[in-house]
Design a protein. Structure first.
Length: 440
């Protein structure tokens, strides 16, 4: 991983991010200490994720080639802003939902999170990410020598020690339980009315293959009902649970909601200048992407990527590790005479999962007239983007890394958006949201 990142990622040669360069070496040394002490599969993966997590780059990731043998004690928890850890999912009779976990094996929960979860899963640049990452405290890997044995749990006014019986947890089962554990609500894709509030819900932009047809159906439905949307008293553009995907879907939705010219005027006001890392591997990957686009009939994209690869080769031949590509803003934003098509109030609703293409969508939504950003703070992205995948020599995993770095992005490195109206707390259900929105 160190060598792939050193030779191909823009971070090690990015003059604006010396911390990345330091962690490349310092983090490797610390991770190798963990790796050399590894006695179990869980120890090994901790060393791997400790290294990658330390770069504080959400687009730099390790992907296991085979599902890990996850285990759990039959319950999951959530740790709130106050540091209180509550059981939110349970199949264990003696550990009901709502029970408070104080400590395990004599160690306070906050200390357990600081040593067992956050160094491996939480981006230290995004403090509120600690809230939903904390739900991994009781997710383990089979055979882990560090498995907790017993926890002190308070329920019904009584505190007791509960022995943990770890059992297998299928990967799909884990992903299906985590939103409930984190008390996140992921809405269905589509339009619906709750009370007198119309929700336009987009829980993901990650629609590919057969899934793209489902997203296109939603886009078509929005276009067909746009007059109704524009007349509504209250409209919520809802991206709860949206971790990103293909930003083109967000562009399409913005063009329907505000008109193509208005959406383009805002998107064209962003400076998209980048520097490409000019390694031989990156040029090869860019040509492969160009050939895929060519085969799919995307001639414009294919021509662009072939040109990028050729310019990478030329820059590398000149000894340049970064290749600038200027893309200055084309507009200053919306025209002065633009008037919103919405008759009522418009709200842009986020939770802490909003990242990547969801943040690109937020860049647009927050600049549209009359829009009030509500909900929870978003997640955040480093300035590195345009990812490819590199298999690692073990065959056990692959590395996702970025080819380029934004230079003048609307958001700074790992900068999140804070809503104008913050959610007061509790689960963000449709009913609770609609009632809250009526008060704004």
């Amino acid at each position: 991983m160190h060598d792939l990142i050193r030779d191909n990622h823009p971070g090690p040669v990015d003059p604006a991010n010396p911390g990345f360069r330091r962690w490349l070496e310092d983090g490797r040394n610390k991770a190798l200490v963990l790796a050399r002490k590894a006695q179990t599969r869980a120890d090994y993966w901790r060393s791997v994720h400790f290294y990658i997590n330390g770069f504080r780059d959400g687009h730099l990731a390790v992907e296991e080639e085979a599902a890990l043998p996850y285990v759990w004690p039959g319950f999951l928890t959530r740790t709130d802003e106050r540091g209180v850890t509550t059981v939110t999912v349970s199949t264990v009779r003696g550990v009901p939902v709502g029970a408070v976990v104080h400590a395990c094996d004599g160690v306070a929960v906050q200390r357990l999170l600081a040593t067992r979860v956050h160094p491996f899963r939480t981006n230290a640049d995004i403090p509120h990410e600690r809230i939903y990452r904390a739900s991994y405290l009781f997710v383990g890997i089979a055979g882990d020598r560090m498995q907790l044995r017993a926890c002190t749990v308070a329920a019904g006014g009584r505190k007791q020690s509960v022995k943990l019986a770890w059992r297998s947890l299928a990967e799909d089962d884990l992903w299906s339980r985590l939103p409930a554990a984190q008390q996140r609500v992921v809405p269905d894709l589509g339009l619906r009315t709750v009370g007198k509030t119309l929700f336009v819900s987009i829980p993901s932009f990650n629609w590919w293959g057969d899934g793209a047809a489902r997203m296109q159906t939603m886009v078509d439905a929005l276009r067909a009902r746009i007059d109704e949307v524009h007349r509504a008293d209250r409209v919520v553009i809802d991206v709860r649970g949206n971790p990103g995907g293909n930003s083109a879907w967000g562009d399409k939705i913005a063009a329907i909601l505000w008109g193509e010219e208005a959406a383009r005027a805002v998107s064209d006001s962003f400076d998209g200048s980048v520097d490409w890392r000019t390694s031989a591997r990156n040029a090869e990957q860019t040509r492969e992407a160009a050939n895929r686009s060519k085969a799919a009939g995307l001639k414009e994209d294919a021509d662009y990527r072939f040109d990028v690869a050729a310019r990478m080769d030329a820059a590398r031949a000149r000894g340049e590790q970064l290749m600038p590509e200027a893309a200055p803003a084309k507009t200053s934003g919306l025209p002065a005479d633009y008037r919103t098509p919405f008759a009522g109030k418009v709200f842009f609703l986020t939770d802490m999962r909003c990242a990547s293409a969801c943040l690109d969508f937020a860049d647009l939504m927050r600049r549209m007239p009359g829009v009030t950003h509500v909900g929870q703070p978003t997640s955040a992205d480093a300035v590195y983007i345009d990812n490819v995948i590199a298999p690692l020599p073990s065959g056990l995993a692959s590395l996702d890394y970025s080819l380029k770095v934004y230079r003048n992005r609307a958001r700074k490195n790992n900068e999140w958006y804070t809503p104008a109206k913050l959610w007061p707390g509790g689960q963000m259900t449709d009913t609770a949201l609609a009632a809250w929105i009526e008060t704004l």
